[in-house]
Design a protein around this ligand. Structure first.
Ligand code: ZN
Length: 478
């Protein structure tokens, strides 16, 4: 007997969308059949008539339960929202899996962790989330600064144990020098992992910061001049060159500029395994919004750029150059977010994990720019493939986890803070008119949000072991 059948919906499967019924047993999808063809009895059924049935959203870039720097917050001991709050917001937004970060950069460990092994630090981070998440979760492991040889030597073991991706920065205090990067890329490539890269040219960013300070132009609304287009161009191309020399897959987090998208397109034209993410606020706002009252609330590092970049990023998602949408979720209260107002003190990030799917749906599907299949690719499937969770996650197919977002395309909803579930007191999407909205979310067969009502528990979520498929690392597959 089946435990649950979803009937009557338009279902997006790996081989296209159609009128299917979905049979679920335990935590798994066991059948996807023509509408009305599942005759087996079921413990429960959901009528999805008039709705879309998507794989649960995958949010590949979050910073949950992370210490906010004092320079940003204006005071010590501020944390981004808890796993309970963030995953509750995720569940309401149709998201069933998120990938956060481990490695000590989150500031949740005590003392200097640089002597501790990758596995020890991973365990410490896992303990912050285990038993405290409504959705499944995983971690990119962050390598920072001059990474010692003994840590680089542990990369293979970490990949073996299910850590598929390693995050590095080419700027900020956590910048990894380029020689060290070379060694890290070689080790990650050799062991079948993938690099998640925040790429900006540190020299150019620092030069511009100093220049803007010197000229009295260091107001927050000039962030895009410090974290600028040419810096992204140079840094992305340097990273793709290193990818080519070391045969290592790259996942560029938060592509902000058309130049970044062009660099990714050039690398992919050479069949390099290079993938790009962008953020839903980069697809909507421009740096002009920084000048509005409380305008820097929209900011996420590197920076929101020009209208031509916003349009270029949209086009790159439509034409396949970019593979995923994310939010760089980093939720604080407004007093923290707006505490700093210079190019060196504006707090990054915002509460986005709940709004990503309806905003992307509205901007791209309702507007007729992409298909339902492409929507599923850029909100779920591609992240699962690139970051080593496919087909367990990101697919409505027999054998996959029964992670599902049921979406009502007829639900028009103007976003207001009262409707959101994050632990925060503002939303940059206040007033945004969604044409279509997630209504029901299922995690491994368990209905965690039922028509907008939370049914799951914060002990439901599990850590995911990940492994990138060799095909993903052999060339661009999505
Ligand atoms: Zn981030």
């Amino acid at each position: 007997m089946l435990d649950l059948v979803i009937r009557g919906g338009t279902v997006v499967t790996p081989s296209g969308s159609g009128e299917f019924d979905v049979g679920i047993q335990g935590e798994k999808i066991v059948m996807v059949a023509a509408r009305g063809a599942i005759s087996e009895e079921a413990g429960a059924s959901i009528d999805a008539s008039g709705k879309y049935v998507f794989p649960g959203g995958i949010e590949p870039h979050t910073h949950i339960a992370s210490r906010v720097s004092e320079a940003w917050a204006g005071r010590p001991d501020v944390m981004t929202q808890s796993p309970e709050a963030a995953s509750r917001a995720a569940a309401h937004g149709g998201v069933t899996t998120f990938i956060d970060f481990a490695g000590g950069m989150e500031g949740t460990e005590d003392g200097d962790q640089s002597e501790n092994s990758i596995m020890t630090r991973l365990d410490a981070r896992r303990s912050v989330f285990a038993g405290h998440s409504y959705t499944d979760f995983a971690f990119h492991f962050t390598l920072a600064g001059e990474v010692p040889p003994h840590t680089i030597g542990e990369i293979g073991e970490a990949i073996e144990s299910g850590v598929a991706s390693f995050k590095i920065f080419t700027t900020f205090g956590s910048k990894v020098p380029f020689g060290h990067l070379w060694a890290i890329f070689e080790e990650v490539g050799k062991n079948g992992g993938i690099m998640a890269v925040h790429a900006e040219d540190d020299d150019m960013v620092k030069y511009m910061e100093a220049k803007l300070v010197r000229e009295g132009r260091d107001q927050g609304y000039n962030l895009h001049l410090a974290h600028n287009n040419i810096s992204e161009d140079i840094a992305f191309r340097k990273i793709t060159r290193l990818s080519e020399h070391t045969e290592t897959g790259i996942y560029f987090v938060h592509t902000t500029a058309k130049e970044g998208a062009y660099a990714i397109a050039d690398a992919r034209a050479k069949q390099l395994p290079v993938y790009g993410e962008t953020l839903h606020n980069y697809l909507h706002f421009t740096h002009d919004h920084y000048r509005e009252p409380e305008g820097t609330s929209i900011h996420t590092y590197p920076a929101i750029k020009h209208a031509s970049d916003r349009d270029g990023l949209q086009e790159a998602l439509v034409n396949g150059t970019l593979s995923t949408t994310a939010t760089d979720e980093y939720t604080t209260y407004k007093d923290v977010k707006l505490s700093g107002n210079t190019i060196e003190t504006v707090c990054g990030g915002h509460n986005g994990i709940e709004t990503r799917m309806p905003v992307v749906y509205t901007k791209f599907v309702s507007s007729g720019r992409i298909s339902l299949e492409r929507f599923v690719d850029i909100t779920s499937t591609n992240a699962a493939k690139i970051l080593g969770m496919y087909p367990q996650k990101g697919a409505i197919a027999a054998g996959s986890d029964a992670d599902i977002a049921i979406f009502d395309p007829g639900m028009n909803k103007t976003i207001t803070l009262d409707d959101l579930h994050a632990d925060s007191d503002y939303s940059i999407w206040e007033g945004f008119e969604c044409q279509g909205y997630p209504v029901t979310t299922i995690l491994r067969g368990n209905v965690i949000v039922d028509n907008g009502v939370l049914k799951g528990s914060s002990t439901d979520g599990q850590w995911l072991s990940r492994k990138v498929a060799p095909s993903v690392l052999a060339g661009p597959v999505c």
